[in-house]
Design a protein around this ligand. Structure first.
Ligand code: OSB
Ligand code: MG
Length: 379
């Protein structure tokens, strides 16, 4: 398809409550939405980069800049763009996977809308609903955390993930186990520990956690492998896995038994599906992570989570976990599950009125007049 125009929208949504991790505290959600318009159709993508480069080196304003300065010119230079071509067309630009993923998502959504195929079907999804887990932030006090966890369990979430950091770990897990018993429970450190903390992390072993997510730094694959020898709790990687190649490395050196797959982190839903395939072939479990997405990314994540290797509940919560008002029709939890969208494309699109009201920045890039079209290239 020929891209004629791309609109970048920065939106801001208040969070129902601050979300604190070892990376910092978020009070509202800022997202960069990508609207790709082609000759015949349109698609929506969501960039998961946060306002600050703390989860990874990418950040929202940087993503917006690399998209307008480098990625869109590269796409406009191609006469015809298919979703499967996007990663290659952008391959000469180093890094910026979240920015690339947002563009690929928009092109893929457009393509699938036109062909009437849902993202889940396109990727090879096998179920029509997926179990929903909830990610629970660090809080000011234990009673506050226990209240929050109790509330989520009442809503039906089938798995709880607790954010941890040094000083907020073993006692917290102990209190949650004590209060709520045998729930499906896991923890996420967002790289807050070092191998010198192995002894403290090993204290988690008595709580039968499903996994400990990204205990060490993103580039410490070897040390995760070392830590794996000292823990009974399975290690899951998030930040460390940025491509199918790094997933293969992690698996081959025994750095993880489980992978959290986030499409944005790995450059798009197509690479995410490849990591799923690779993990599955190697007996490594995967689950779908989240980046506090709006309903757009949330819908696409649910589609990804419907693939057969997603054997653990994902961070695919209902919209109301984070937002009073989502920019799309809200994703809803039903009996602890969320439905896999069946409509063409990602199955979600912003509601015009809400989108307008939540937009804090808008940037339109039109196809340059001299950009090649298919006729020219086939000369
Ligand atoms: O590490 O999984 C993470 C949010 C922002 C950055 C990193 C992470 C998270 C979450 C949110 O845990 C999970 C969700 O979107 O439900
Ligand atoms: Mg994580």
């Amino acid at each position: 398809m020929r891209i004629t125009r791309v609109e970048l929208r920065t939106i801001a949504l208040p969070l129902v409550a601050p979300f604190q991790t070892s990376l910092g505290t978020e009070y509202d959600k800022q997202a960069l939405l990508v609207h790709v318009v082609t000759d015949d159709t349109y698609g929506w993508g969501e960039c998961v980069a946060s306002p600050e480069p703390v989860y990874s080196s990418e950040y929202l304003a940087g993503a917006r800049d690399v998209i307008t300065s480098f990625l869109l010119p590269a796409l406009f230079a191609a006469p015809d763009v298919r979703a499967v071509d996007v990663a290659r067309l952008l391959g000469h630009i180093s890094g910026h996977r979240m920015a690339k993923a947002a563009l690929e998502m928009a092109v893929l959504d457009a393509e699938l809308r036109q062909s009437g195929v849902s993202l889940a079907r396109h990727l090879g999804g096998v179920v029509d609903r997926v179990p929903s887990g909830v990610s629970v932030g660090i809080m000011d006090s234990l009673p506050e955390l226990l209240d929050a966890v109790g509330g989520y369990l009442d809503q039906g979430y089938v798995r709880v993930k607790l954010k941890i950091e040094p000083g907020w770990d073993v006692d917290v897990v102990d209190a949650v186990r004590e209060r709520f018993g045998d729930i499906a429970l896991q923890v996420d450190a967002n790289a807050a520990y070092t191998l010198a903390d192995a002894h403290q992390l090993a204290k988690l072993d008595r709580y039968d956690l499903l996994l400990v997510e990204q205990p060490l730094a993103a580039d410490d694959l070897r040390q995760h492998a070392e830590l794996a020898h000292r823990l009974r709790t399975p290690i899951c990687l998030d930040e460390s896995v940025t491509s199918a190649r790094s997933a293969a490395d992690a698996i081959s050196i025994g750095a993880c038994r489980i992978i959290n797959i986030k499409a944005g982190r790995v450059g798009g839903y197509l690479e995410a599906a490849r990591i799923h395939d690779l993990a599955r072939a190697n007996g490594v479990a995967v689950w779908c992570g989240g980046m506090v997405e709006t309903g757009l990314g949330r819908a696409a994540n649910i589609a990804l989570a419907s693939l057969p290797g997603f054997s653990l509940p994902g961070d695919v919560s209902g919209s109301d976990r984070f937002f009073d008002e989502d920019i799309t029709a809200p994703i809803r939890l039903r009996d602890g599950y969320v439905d896999v969208p069946t409509a063409a494309g990602t199955g979600a699109a912003p509601l015009d009125e809400v989108l307008e009201r939540r937009t804090v920045g808008r940037h339109v890039v039109a196809r340059p007049p001299g950009a090649p079209s298919r006729e020219v290239s086939r000369r």
